[in-house]
Design a protein around this ligand. Sequence first.
Ligand SMILES: Nc1ncnc2c1ncn2[C@@H]1O[C@H](COP(=O)(O)OP(=O)(O)OP(=O)(O)O)[C@@H](O)[C@H]1O
Ligand SMILES: [Mg+2]
Length: 393
Amino acid sequence: MLDAVRLRLAAAGDDATPGGVAAALRAQGRLLGDTEILGVVTALRSEMVGAGPLEPLLAAPDVTDVLVNGPQEVWVDRGSGLERADVGFADAAAVRRLAQRLATAAGRRLDDARPWVDARLPDGTRLHAVLPPVVVGGPCLSLRVVRTRAFTLEELIAAGSMDAGTARLLRAVLDARLSFLVSGGTGSGKTTLLSCLLGLVEPDERIVLAEDSAELRPRHPHVVRLETRPANQEGIGQVTLRDLVRQALRMRPDRLVVGEVRGPEVLDLLAALNTGHEGGCGTVHANAASDVPARLEALGSTAGLDRAALHSQLAAALSVVVHLVRDRSGRRRVAEIHVLERGRDGLVTTLPALAGTERGPGWARLAALCERGRAAQAVQAVSPAGTAAGRPR
Ligand SMILES: Nc1ncnc2c1ncn2[C@@H]1O[C@H](COP(=O)(O)OP(=O)(O)OP(=O)(O)O)[C@@H](O)[C@H]1O
Ligand SMILES: [Mg+2]
C-alpha cells in the first residue's frame, strides 16, 4: 500500500501531507479513517526525511549501533550486545532507498559505480552502507550513534567502565601532559573515552583535533576540529589525515589529537610529539596494550619508516597506552594502563602499570613520569614565560 501511495504522490507531484495521502488512497479505491491516514503520513515522511523505520531505534537513548542485514533483519546494540530489533522494511529496495538517501544527506554518492559509503550524517551519526553485489544478498547498513555530549569521568565510573583509582591515574596523566594512545578493539569505546579525557584538559589550553570523521566532542571551551575529505568525482580535492596533522601543527596546538591513527599519519604524529608537542593523544585499534608498538610499526612500515627508526621515535614520543575491552556482558571498560619502555635492543615494549585494579611492574615508572610532568608544569607556571603561550612546543 505504501508503495502505491508513494508512486501516486510522486506522479501527482504532491507532498506527503494528510490531504495528499488521502487523495492518493482514494484514487486506489481505499477508504481509511483519520488515524490510519496519519499513520501512512508518518511512515512516508520518516521514509522521506528521517531514517525511516530505523528512526525510533536511533532516537532511543541506550542504542549505540543499528545494523540492517536485510529487510526483515535489523539488529540493535543497547549496550549489552546485539539483539534482534522489532522493525523491518517492505523489501530490499526500501533498504536501498534509505541507504541512498542517507548517503545523499551525508553529501556522498551510493550507486552501482560506488557501491559503498563511509560517512557522517549531519547529526553526527556514522553511516556505513554497501550495496550488492559487493555485499552478497541485499543492501547492508551499519549506523553508529554518536552521543552529542561526552561522558564525564564520574559517569564512566558510575557505568562501571573504570574505578575511582583508574580515573585518578588518568587525570594525573592528563595533568602531567604525558602523550598517550587509547587502544582497543572495534567499538570498545576508544573515541568515547578520549572525548571524556579531553574534557579534563585545562581550559586555557588549545586542543586541535584531526579526524577522519568528526566524532570527538570534548567538553572543553577551546577546540578546533579538522576533518578529512574524500576526493570528488573527478578524483581531486582529497584531504588526508596526514594533511590535517601537518596543518594542525601550524595552528599552535597545546594538544594535538589524532582521532584514530590508522595509516601513514603515524609518522607525522610521532614526529610532532618528538618536537615539543607534548600531551598529544589519539586512538588506535589493537587487541592488547602490549600490541600497540607492533601495530604502530605496521602502520609506519606502510609509510616507509623502518623498524629501528620507528622505535626510536616512539620511545621519545609516547608515554602511555590506555587499553579498553568490551567484556562478554557488553560492558566497555578500561582493562589496563601500560607505560612505554625502550629495551637494550632499542625496541619499545610496554609495561603494565595497572591491570584491572592491580598495580603492575610499570607502576613506579608511570608515577615518576606523572610526577616529573607535574613538576615541569609547576616550573612553567611560576616562571615569567609561564603563560599558556610560553609552554614549549
Ligand atoms: N563506557 C561506555 N559506556 C556506555 N556506552 C559507551 C561507553 N563507551 C562507549 N560507549 C558507546 O559505544 C559506542 C562505541 O563507542 P566508540 O565510538 O567510542 O568506540 P570506538 O572504540 O571508538 O569504536 P571504533 O572502533 O568504531 O572507532 C558509542 O555509541 C558510545 O556511545
Ligand atoms: Mg572510534
